[in-house]
Ligand binder design. Structure first.
Ligand code: NAP
Length: 333
């Protein structure tokens, strides 16, 4: 029986792993399909405290992982496919057919930015294509950029980018924004933002060196095509939280984000949520790290408050030895 299983190795999962491991809980950490989370697809991170010169996103993740391993966290390449709350513990099913029982589960499986699905997309991420203006906006000073989307995220990204870019084109497939009224007004009134209505991006046009140079646009009403020179494309068409194994088992909001009850606790005892899987507002690495810390502390407190091993669970080999030697007291004794 595990004490803590952590799903996800982004900032939230790895910080939870550091805290849980340092607390002597030897957490089992599952690395899913995108180990390292969203930071693993960024380049320089300039807003993570403690790195005045900035830090490479994948490097930051590797350091966090090494820190967790140093304290005794165990990592496994597997994805959670199913989970069932039992009497006092949780039964987990992995995609490698392994079944694991745990007293607590920290869900830090993150959220994935939606992309346009165009050619060369994966290659261009970090080279003039990004989904995070807060992360990458400051790299594009005095050059034209574009934001794709019409929701609050797109509006927020466009407004943020006006601090740096010479011009911000807002490319949207309709001629009204889905964003809130106040954000819409700010966007439309801003002298640096130029909406490009009824338009979709058809193609990314990189330089020979593989950096974004321009996009090919298509007007959805007239069918006319044009080229727009931009040094960076900020895609802001929404995120999808990675909550598939929890549908029908944990409470989710209408957009699929995990709902917490108190602190990082979910409505299912022993299950905690941290980071982007339960956050659609802040979406920042440092915030996810803080939330991961909170989840580990909440899990630790839960284990202390529910110190009894569930009666139905067989003892581990180590516990059997300790029990035989009279050094392990089980149940209410
Ligand atoms: P969203 O509200 O779902 O908006 C996504 C936008 O992207 C829509 O305008 C949509 O166009 C467009 N879009 C979707 N798929 C597209 C595609 N394949 N090609 C081109 N355009 C596409 O997502 P969001 O802006 O990330 O916001 C998500 C939630 O977080 C919302 O509830 C939002 O209010 C909230 N949020 C709040 C704040 C804040 O309060 N500060 C900040 C950010 C987000 P259509 O409009 O035509 O569908």
């Amino acid at each position: 029986m595990e004490k803590v299983v952590i799903i996800g190795t982004g900032c939230a999962g790895l910080t939870a792993a550091i805290y849980a491991a340092r607390g002597g809980l030897q957490p089992l950490v599952l690395e899913g399909r995108q180990p390292g989370g969203q930071l693993s697809t960024t380049t320089l991170v300039e807003n993570f405290p403690g790195f005045p010169e900035g830090v490479d996103g994948p490097d930051l993740i590797m350091r966090m992982k090494a820190q967790a391993e140093g304290f005794g966290a165990r990592f496994q390449w597997a994805e959670l496919t199913n989970f069932e709350p039992q009497d006092g513990f949780l039964s987990l099913q992995f995609d490698n057919a392994e079944q694991v029982e745990t007293r607590t589960l920290i869900v830090a499986s993150g959220a994935a930015a939606r992309w346009l699905g165009l050619a060369n997309e994966k290659k261009l991420i970090g080279h003039g294509l990004t989904s995070c203006a807060t992360c990458d906006g400051a790299f594009y000073r005095n050059v034209p950029v574009c934001v794709v989307g019409g929701g609050d995220s797109a509006a927020e990204e466009a407004l943020f980018l006006t601090r740096f870019a010479s011009k911000v084109y807002l490319v949207h497939r309709r001629d009204t924004l889905r964003a809130s009224k106040i954000m819409t007004a700010r966007v439309l009134e801003h002298p640096k933002i130029e909406p490009v209505w009824h338009t979709k991006v058809e193609e990314y046009l990189p330089t020979a060196e593989g950096e974004m140079r321009a996009v090919r646009l298509k007007n959805l009403q007239s069918g006319a095509e044009s080229e727009l020179e931009v040094a960076c494309v900020f895609v802001a068409i929404g995120h999808e939280p990675n909550t598939r194994p929890f549908v029908g088992k944990l409470a989710l909001d209408p957009e699929g984000y995990l709902l917490k009850t108190r602190g990082t606790a979910t409505a299912v005892p022993g299950v905690f949520a941290a980071g982007d899987v339960s956050d659609k507002v802040y979406r920042q690495a440092i915030w996810a790290a803080g939330d991961g810390c909170a989840a580990a502390l909440d899990a630790e407190r839960y284990l202390t408050e529910h110190a009894e091993e569930p009666a139905s669970v067989p003892l581990s080999p180590t516990e059997q030895v300790l029990a035989a030697e009279g050094e392990l007291v089980v149940g209410n004794a």
